[in-house]
Design a binder for this molecule. Sequence first.
Ligand SMILES: [Zn+2]
Length: 152
Amino acid sequence: MPRTRKPVVPGWFDQDAADFRLLGTRCRACGSVFFPREDSFCRNPGCAGDELDEVPLSRRGTVWSYTDGRYRPPAPYVSDPDAPWQPYTLVAVELAAERMVVLGQAAPGVTVDGLTVGAEVELVPGVLHEDAEHIWTTWYWQPVAAAAPEAS
Ligand SMILES: [Zn+2]
């Protein structure tokens, strides 16, 4: 039986979008943008707005901070509690347009040695975990390769 591709958190991104983005919401009254998405009321204390529209967030941003994770995060993180824990790299990224800081894992193979504060990264789709029935999709932050001249 084919396994179903499912996002690790419903509504935070469209796993099949050609233009892969995180999805936030924007208040119609004051323009505040929220991620994780806020769908019921505006969290701006000076705003009584309760109509929020889904908005795709910036695909690129800059590294605000980073570390590596050596423990198993709690739900909604999906992982097999019986499998040995694999450390991963966690990046806090300031989004280019929104200036919000969004967490995510670095793309597989990217370690803290490959990151610096202020470096440009972009959002890429990926797979967090696979089990018998599902392929759990997520987002990763991938360093944007500097346009370095080829060594001759
Ligand atoms: Zn508002």
